[in-house]
Design a protein around this ligand. Structure first.
Ligand SMILES: [Zn+2]
Length: 304
């Protein structure tokens, strides 16, 4: 389901953009937590400013690091690079069977930006909670991120970037990071998104298009906070984005905030609960399957 990778936390080190000649933005409405927007394809200040507004709303309510946005061409994918870069397309487009393509509205890019910034908040917490386990890895992520931006601006070579990327991929903690934290990170990034837009179905709406197959629909519904996944589709829940579908339904039902302050409190509680269970996972040396993972996180959320 290739196009459903639209909102993945990309651990792949996309080097694609370096073939473009990038342009730094002079967009007046880009500010605050967004240090800059670098356009690889067509500049679009209106979209960049829309992204800036949403990221700053999130930073104001939930706290979050400063980031730089790399805005590429049409794509089915957005990503946070675990350093300081969020890569977004200027238009999200999904691909169906038989080569059909489905261009999505501006909302899909804005929602993706919120989701990716949610990963950035998550990653800041991981750096604080796991300095021994992932501190060295975080430094490698930061180095690759710095070089990626420098290459995009013509201030470093792709050879320098490749070398840093290979060092990162060879780090033993890299595989552990993905194994233990990806499903939690995807869940939390969705929490930030739905809380920010005050819509339990914000993720579903960003991913949905009329022509998707039934299976694809059931899969994107695992991102919804307004409905429980159907147990007949439990086989879909091994995938990292879908794995905590039951916890999304729990949050939608029992931890739905009434205002921004409550959203901040709940998001913080959710992040702290994730850190507790993730530490247990790492200590035990295994990442649980979806049922156990969901039950344990919900039990942690129920604690006063
Ligand atoms: Zn993601």
């Amino acid at each position: 389901m290739k196009h459903l990778a639209a909102l993945v936390l990309s651990l792949t080190l996309s080097l694609l953009f370096i073939s473009f000649s990038a342009q730094a933005s002079n967009c007046s409405g880009v500010n605050g937590a967004i240090k800059d927007v670098v356009f690889l394809a067509q500049p679009n200040c209106d979209l960049a400013e829309g992204v800036s507004i949403v990221v700053n709303e999130i930073a104001k309510t939930f706290g979050g690091p400063n980031i730089t946005v790399i805005m590429g061409s049409v794509s089915n994918n957005a990503s946070f690079d675990l350093g300081h870069l969020i890569e977004l397309p200027y238009q999200m487009i999904f691909y169906g069977q038989y080569g059909a393509s489905y261009p999505m509205s501006r909302v899909s890019v804005i929602t993706s930006a919120a989701h990716e910034y949610g990963h950035a908040i998550f990653h800041e917490r991981v750096k604080k909670e796991f300095p021994d386990k992932f501190g060295d890895l975080a430094a490698k992520f930061a180095k690759v991120s710095d070089l990626k931006e420098a290459v995009a601006r013509g201030k470093a070579t792709s050879e320098q970037l490749s070398k840093a990327a290979l060092e990162l991929a060879a780090a033993p903690a890299y595989a552990d990071f993905s194994k233990y934290l990806t499903a939690y990170s995807e869940f939390y990034a969705d929490v930030i998104t739905v809380f920010n837009f005050e819509s339990k179905s914000a993720m579903l709406k960003a991913l949905y298009y009329d022509q998707m197959s039934d299976n694809e629909y059931y899969y994107v519904r695992t991102r919804d906070f307004d409905s429980k996944p159907s147990s007949s589709h439990d086989d879909m829940l091994s995938e990292d984005h879908a794995k905590l579908a039951y916890v999304r339904a729990y949050v939608g039902e029992f931890m739905w905030p009434e205002n921004r302050e409550q959203a901040r409190v709940y998001a913080d509680k959710i992040l702290s609960a994730i850190m507790v269970v993730a530490k247990e996972d790492i200590k035990s040396g295994r990442s649980p399957e979806f049922k156990e993972m969901s039950d344990r996180l919900i039990a942690e959320l129920k604690k006063p």
